[in-house]
Design a protein around this ligand. Structure first.
Ligand SMILES: [Mn+2]
Length: 319
C-alpha cells in the first residue's frame, strides 16, 4: 500500500489514538509525538495510548508529559489507532483486543506481522520517524521546532547517532532539514546519552567485568542478573545502551545481552556486519532488524537461555 493511500485513510478519521512498542525508545516516542502534533495541527483529536512511562532521558520531548502510563486502550469514540515502530500486536504498549475501529500499522521492522487493517512497512527507513516525516510532508504540514525535536531524536536513537549502516542519504537529508527549525542537536545528543545515573554506570561496570567471549572470540556475552541490579540498588528500565559495549571489542562479530527479570529472560542481540541476528531471535519468537534484534524467553533460566541462543548464533555464523 502506498503512503499516500495511508494518508488518505488517516484524513477520513477524527479521533485517533497513537501507540508504539512496549518499553518505548527514542524512535517510538519521537515518531508518536511528532505525528500527534501533526494530526492536531490539521484538527484531528489525537492522543497517545501507552501502558509505559517515558524513560527519564526522553522526558525532554515535547508533549511527552501527556504520557502517564495509564492509558491502556483506546478511549470511547476512537475511530482509528495508528501503531508506530511496532512489529506485533503482542509488543504493543496498548490493549487493542476490544477495539473495533481501524488499525493502521506503520513500521520499519523486517519482522512485522502486518496486524493492521492497513499496513505500511518500509524496512529501508532507518527509523519509523522517516516515514512519519513523509506523512507530515504529504499532509502539507509546516514543521516546527517541537516536531523537529521529536523526529531528530528518533533518527539519532535508531541510527546510533548516524553511525549504523541503516543511516542513508535520506536519513541525513531529513536530519539536515530538521536542523533548519533551530533545534539544538548537540543538546539533544547530550540529553539522550549523557544522562545516566551514577548507579547505572556502576551497573555497566559490573556487567562489563563479567563479560566473556565465546566462539573464537567472535561473540561477546553479557548478562544482567537480578542480583547485580539489586546490589547496585537501581530499578533498571532500559538496558539497550549496555549491549553496544559488547560490539566495541576488536574482532567481535556479535554481542548478546541476557537480562533476568521476574517474568522472563530478555535477550538482546547486535551484530557488526554480516551475521543476521534477527534470524536468531525469530527462532524463539523474537524479531527486529538484521543487526539489532531481541527476544523474550519465558519459563527458562538464564543459563538455559544462553545455551539455546549461543547455539543458534553458532549455526547462523556457519551459514
Ligand atoms: Mn525504530
Amino acid at each position: 500500500m502506498k503512503l499516500t493511500s495511508i494518508v488518505n485513510v488517516i484524513l477520513t478519521k477524527d479521533k485517533i489514538g497513537l501507540t508504539y512498542h512496549t518499553s518505548p525508545d527514542g524512535d517510538a516516542l519521537g515518531s508518536v509525538l511528532a505525528l500527534l502534533q501533526g494530526l492536531r495541527k490539521i484538527g484531528k483529536e489525537a492522543y497517545v495510548i501507552s501502558k509505559d512511562l517515558v524513560p527519564e532521558n526522553l522526558g525532554f520531548l515535547p508533549f511527552s508529559q501527556e504520557i502517564n502510563g495509564m492509558n491502556f486502550k483506546p478511549i470511547e469514540g476512537t475511530d482509528c489507532v495508528i501503531t508506530l515502530d511496532c512489529g506485533s500486536v503482542e509488543r504493543l504498549s496498548a490493549n487493542l483486543a476490544d477495539f473495533k475501529g481501524t488499525i493502521i500499522n506503520i513500521d520499519h521492522h523486517l519482522s512485522n506481522d502486518k496486524f493492521g487493517e492497513y499496513n505500511y512497512i518500509d524496512i529501508s527507513a532507518a527509523a519509523t520517524a522517516e516515514i512519519v516525516y513523509r506523512i507530515l510532508k504529504l499532509l502539507n504540514l509546516e514543521l516546527d521546532e517541537n516536531i523537529a525535536k521529536c523526529l531528530y531524536t528518533s533518527l539519532v536513537t535508531d541510527t546510533g547517532s548516524f553511525r549504523h549502516s541503516n543511516a542513508t542519504t535520506t536519513t541525513h537529508e531529513i536530519a539536515g532539514e530538521l536542523l533548519k527549525y533551530s533545534i539544538n542537536h548537540s543538546d539533544i545528543h547530550s540529553r539522550i546519552f549523557d544522562n545516566k545515573t551514577y548507579e547505572k554506570l556502576k551497573l555497566i561496570g559490573v556487567v562489563l567485568s563479567n563479560m566473556y567471549l565465546v566462539q573464537d572470540n567472535k561473540v561477546s556475552v553479557m548478562e544482567i542478573t537480578k542480583d547485580m541490579v539489586n546490589k547496585v540498588g537501581i530499578t533498571l528500565d532500559d538496558s539497550s545502551d549496555i549491549i553496544s559495549f559488547g560490539l566495541q571489542i576488536k574482532g567481535v562479530e556479535a554481542a548478546v545481552l541476557f537480562r533476568e527479570s521476574d517474568e522472563a529472560i530478555k535477550v538482546s542481540l547486535r551484530s557488526k556486519k554480516d551475521l543476521d541476528v534477527r534470524k536468531v531471535a525469530e527462532v524463539y519468537g523474537g524479531g527486529g532488524h538484521v543487526k539489532a534484534s531481541g527476544v523474550t524467553m519465558k519459563n527458562i533460566t538464564i543459563s538455559e537461555a544462553k545455551n539455546l541462543i549461543l547455539n543458534q548464533i553458532e549455526k547462523e555464523m556457519i551459514l
